[in-house]
Design a protein around this ligand. Structure first.
Ligand SMILES: Nc1ncnc2c1ncn2[C@@H]1O[C@H](COP(=O)(O)OP(=O)(O)O)[C@@H](O)[C@H]1O
Ligand SMILES: N[C@@H](CCC(=O)OP(=O)(O)O)C(=O)O
Length: 373
């Protein structure tokens, strides 16, 4: 956001939510919610990526089962997730705030249509000041379709939400020169401008049974987010006022500088992205609006649709002579577009019986060849 209001993804590890025990630390969760409410009052938007389902399941079932067994963990997560979200809901309600649960897997983010759906839901929640609370859909996530850890999931969520900042909260004050549990002399690294193999070699795994990945997955997440233009901070979830301080640019934990701007990285991705599955032919007014006004593409400006494609497909945008002027991700399938081309946005719902919003391709999802003139 350019008005000083930020969108911040806060990832809360099991270690933060349990304080190292086998139960949710509700007193500390209230304190985290208080900080989120304080930021919301100032106009910032918060998205939580909350671990803790497995821990909450363990707390409620009182079963001593082998946590290295995937089915056991899935069962605990299925039981724990409802307790976890109920706890968050109750705590945020104390501050008059609503929450919305989003359980995702990698399959939801890899498939382009599902990606757009997830992004639209996330946007809608944020727009209505509802706090999205994201976790992996552990109960159904098999090895093939899961992200695997919430550090990486939070980086993907930050990109999905076009966040300004990703805050990874854990049980250590940040990234150390070695795992501080095993090396008491390890030193905190306060600033990282490049994540390379040497840095990755410092990061070890988790030594708890409930956490996943340790510092290694936090560095993977930081790498993904920084390359996409999102600044990352790893800090202690129990440090006083940590969420507020990190949001207000005070020095906390380890700060990783973004290595590209969001626009730059998005443009690069769109340029190099998947091959186009179809072509949209634009009328002259739409070509002008694209080239000179930086507008999104509306159905009204479409004169023809070539090829067959699904919602979420990459398409070429061409002028009346067939010259390509841009490429972008289309929010409607080719069969939808055949019905709505040339029509006003308000008529989309009436024509299709549903709609995915007023624009066919959002400005953020297209890259113009030759830039704006
Ligand atoms: N270089 C390092 N700096 C800090 N912590 C590290 C490092 N290498 C490994 N760790 C371990 O990572 C753990 C945090 O990861 P994890 O247990 O997965 O927590 P969370 O539940 O917060 O994701 C720390 O408790 C620490 O033992
Ligand atoms: N999805 C799991 C957490 C997975 C995970 O990455 O845990 P952590 O390392 O504590 O952030 C759960 O809710 O228990």
């Amino acid at each position: 956001m350019s008005d000083g209001k930020k969108t911040i993804v806060v990832k809360l590890g099991t270690s933060v939510l349990t304080g190292g025990s086998f139960t949710l630390d509700k007193a500390h969760m209230v304190e985290l919610v208080r900080q989120c409410a304080q930021l919301k009052k100032k106009g910032h938007k918060i998205i939580l990526v909350s671990s803790g389902a497995v821990a909450a399941g363990k707390e409620h079932l009182h079963l001593s089962c082998d946590l290295s067994n995937v089915n056991n963990k899935q069962m605990l997560a299925a039981v724990g997730q409802s307790h976890l979200i109920h706890t968050w809901q109750t705590l945020f309600n104390l501050y008059g705030m609503h929450v919305g649960q989003m359980l995702l897997t990698r399959a939801d983010l890899d498939d382009r249509e599902r990606y757009l759906n997830a992004r639209d839901t996330l946007k809608a929640l944020i727009k209505h000041d509802i706090v999205p609370i994201i976790n992996e859909n552990d109960a159904v996530a098999t090895q093939e379709i899961k992200v695997g850890d919430n550090d990486n999931l939070s980086a993907l969520a930050a990109i999905l939400a076009k966040a300004d900042k990703l805050l990874l909260l854990t049980d250590q004050p940040g990234l150390f020169t070695a795992d501080p549990r095993a090396n008491p002399d390890a030193k905190l690294i306060s600033l990282v401008d490049k994540i390379d193999a040497n840095l990755k070699a410092l990061a070890g795994g988790s030594s708890t049974h409930l956490g996943t990945g340790g510092m290694a997955t936090k560095l993977q997440a930081a790498d993904i987010a920084c390359r996409a233009g999102v600044e990352v901070i790893i800090a202690a979830g129990h440090k006083e006022n940590v969420i507020v301080d990190a949001a207000l640019e005070k020095d906390v934990g380890t700060r990783f500088l973004a290595t590209a701007s969001v626009t730059e990285s998005r443009k690069q991705w769109l340029m190099a992205g998947p091959p186009a599955s179809g072509e949209l032919i634009l009328d002259e007014g739409a070509v002008r609006a694209m080239k000179h006004s930086g507008s999104s593409l509306l159905a009204k400006g479409l004169s023809d649709v070539l090829g067959e494609f699904e919602r979420g497909a990459m398409v070429k945008l061409c002028d009346q002579n067939g010259a390509q002027i841009a490429r972008g991700i289309c929010r409607y399938s080719s069969s939808d577009l055949a019905q709505i081309k040339g029509q006003h946005s308000e008529q989309i719902n009436q024509l299709l019986g549903y709609d995915y919003g007023a624009v066919v391709i959002h400005r953020d999802d297209l890259v113009l060849f030759g830039g704006l003139t």
